[in-house]
Design a protein around this ligand. Structure first.
Ligand code: GAL
Length: 634
């Protein structure tokens, strides 16, 4: 199976002479697929119901003639100006019901009947026109859903929210779930419920959580409405939409993943930060795990981006290391935004595979050499023995203010555990509420604030059969409606953990634990042992000498509770006392990935590195230059 290689191709910006040049240079760069028509709506439909496919027809034929496959976009990510101005339900509204105006992109309300109606008509036209075109190899629905508009508070959204609630709960259930007897919030009729618009003080957390679920579902409905049309017309053409990585909170990507054929995501690491290689690896692992199959790196910058405050160039080799990191973590394809750097518009200072200064540039040379390298590779099947639990509902509920501490951030907690495995070169998968855990030696849940009943049962079975479960602080607090468990923290997993958590302290200073005098930060759970043993106690404050880290034998397995937080270095020390899987030693940010026969060494640092690589029975001295990639076979 060949590795997909290419870019977003936006030829609407260029003359036909340039298109011909593009074909020549695409061959030189070994491009085999492009994402076409992502922002094409305004050209395709100049006025309501009148279509003009001339340019797209020509481009599809030209690409086919040049042996370049097309991932054809449905163009619904940016509606034409006439649509925004003609119907007053199209533009989204903020919390104070101010209009978010037309003039950028993706500025539409997810529940707008007119946006939906016109998007359906457009997608049907595109689907019917190109369903048998030989260049068509994949569908690209919309673009980065939720990037610019992830929430809207308008009256259409209010109406749809009530219908969404009615399809799930009775009014009595809503009052019970949201605890509306507090602050006089009881509802007597569905019509009284409104979105969490601007108010005088904090909103009801239950309502906010349900609104987040509703918004993720509303945007998913947009995807599904396009998906349904395309599936009916071209059942054999895979469909994807590009996700936005691990920092993107508005969409429940796990729920979405059931309806997507191939997961893809866009990677824009901040190259000035030392944690970026780790964070990028984490996102690949998360994206791959959503469907437990290969995913596509759908966009990355060939060189600099234009949307951070300062946008340095990727260093020589750095684009290659990030691309190879994708391959090493299971990618089926490596793509860029965009093929040719724009001369006009909002992204003219964002790099392209062909920069402003043409093909005699470092960027284009690096792009060509990567294309050539990928042509001789095939996708890697990624396997891991460690899994981290991820749950979007938990993330949303945990971070609704007012909470006990602004420092407890869901993805930060996940990163602090993931970092141990990344820096020890131990492969990791992510698991979700319905995943099978049987193949893992360790399952970690860094901040499982919300317990889901299905996962509670799965994890009981997993540990009983010999698995090892590691749970982080501020876990097991609420149920799925964000109500604190009346039977106490940890609720249904108390027996599994062998402890009860009787309270917590938010740290504005640090504390330490008796294991290696490690400094702990942010948070201290107050723990009572019940069948568990203490591995480390707190060393100061009113809970001095009470357990901070515990271990419990449960069936054939073990459960560990880590009731506090650590910085990266201290966390590494603690986890190395618990995890017995042997990693591979390498210098900081030199990543070594071993999967099947493949060994990939990626130097993510700006300096040359030398180290002794030991794995299985092999030992070799490695010298690797700054941002170099070395590929070996075992
Ligand atoms: C992505 C987007 C692309 C382009 C790119 C620039 O978020 O999908 O269209 O804007 O960012 O980095």
């Amino acid at each position: 199976m060949k590795i997909i290689y290419g870019a977003d191709y936006n030829p609407e910006q260029w003359s036909k002479e340039i298109w011909l040049e593009d074909m020549k240079y695409m061959k030189e760069a070994h491009v085999n697929m492009v994402n076409l028509n992502i922002f094409g709506w305004a050209i395709l439909e100049p006025e309501e119901g009148h279509y003009d496919f001339k340019m797209l027809d020509e481009l599809m034929d030209l690409l086919y003639k040049n042996n370049i496959d097309v991932d054809l976009a449905t163009a619904t990510a940016a509606q034409p100006a006439w649509l925004s101005m003609k119907y007053d339900d199209v533009l989204p509204k903020d919390q104070s019901l101010n209009t978010i105006w037309h003039g950028s992109r993706q500025s539409y309300c997810p529940n707008s009947p007119n946006y939906r109606r016109r998007a359906i008509a457009l997608v049907r036209k595109i689907g019917e026109r190109y369903k048998t075109h030989p260049a068509l190899k994949m569908w690209h629905i919309n673009n980065e859903y939720s990037d610019h508009t992830h929430i809207c508070y308008c009256d259409n959204c209010a109406r749809s929210f009530r219908l969404w609630l009615e399809s799930k709960y009775t009014l009595e259930e809503i009052n019970e779930r949201w605890g509306t007897s507090f602050w006089s919030q009881k509802y007597y009729h569905f019509s009284e419920i409104i979105p969490p618009r601007q108010t005088s003080a904090d909103h009801n957390p239950g309502l906010v959580l349900d609104y987040k679920r509703f918004m993720s579902d509303s945007i998913l409905e947009l995807y599904l409405m396009e998906n349904e049309i395309l599936k009916a017309l071209t059942p054999d053409i895979p469909i994807s939409t590009n996700f936005m990585g691990n920092d993107n909170k508005p969409l429940d990507y796990y729920k979405w993943s059931n309806s997507i054929d191939i997961i893809s995501w866009d990677s824009y690491p901040d190259i000035t930060k030392t944690e970026s290689p780790m964070n990028n690896a984490l996102t690949h692992d998360l994206m791959r795990s959503l469907k437990q199959s290969g995913h596509i790196l759908m966009e990355q910058a060939p060189n600099q981006v234009n949307w951070r405050k300062r946008n340095p160039n990727k260093r020589p080799g750095e684009m290659n290391t990030y691309s190879m990191q994708g391959i090493a973590h299971g990618c089926l394809g490596i793509m860029f935004f965009q093929w040719r750097q724009s001369l006009k518009g909002a992204e003219k200072f964002h790099s392209g595979m062909i920069p402003h200064n043409g093909v005699e540039t470092r960027t284009f040379k690096e792009v060509c050499s990567l294309g050539k390298q990928l042509e001789n590779m095939t996708p890697i099947e990624y396997k891991a023995k460690v899994a981290i639990y991820m749950d979007y509902d938990c993330w949303w509920a945990l971070e609704y203010e007012p909470g006990p501490s602004i420092d407890m951030k869901y993805m930060d907690s996940i990163r602090s555990y993931y970092s141990y495995f990344f820096h020890h070169n131990i492969p990791v998968d992510f698991v979700f509420e319905n995943s099978n855990l049987d193949n893992y030696d360790y399952v970690l849940a860094p901040n499982m604030y919300m317990i889901k009943e299905s996962f509670s049962q799965t994890v009981h079975k997993y540990v009983k059969n010999g698995g090892q479960f590691i749970l982080g602080p501020f876990s097991g607090i609420v149920d799925e409606s964000d109500s604190v468990f009346k039977e106490g923290y940890l609720s249904t997993i108390k027996d599994l953990m062998g402890i009860s958590v009787v309270g917590y302290d938010v740290l504005t200073h640090s504390n330490s634990i008796s294991y290696k005098e490690l400094t702990c930060i942010k948070w201290c759970d107050e723990i009572k042992l019940f069948t568990a043993d203490s591995i480390a106690d707190y060393q100061s404050d009113y809970y001095k000498e009470t357990p901070a880290v515990t271990i419990n034998q449960y069936g054939h397995g073990k459960s560990f509770y880590i009731g506090t937080c650590f910085n990266e270095e201290e966390m590494n020390k603690l986890l190395s006392s618990i995890i017995t899987i042997k990693g591979i030693e390498s210098p900081y940010n030199v990543e070594v990935i071993t999967q099947g026969d493949h060994v990939m060494i990626l130097n993510h640092t700006n300096i040359d590195q030398m180290f002794e690589l030991c794995f299985f029975h092999n030992r070799s001295n490695i010298t690797i230059k700054a941002h170099q990639t070395i590929l070996l076979k075992k």
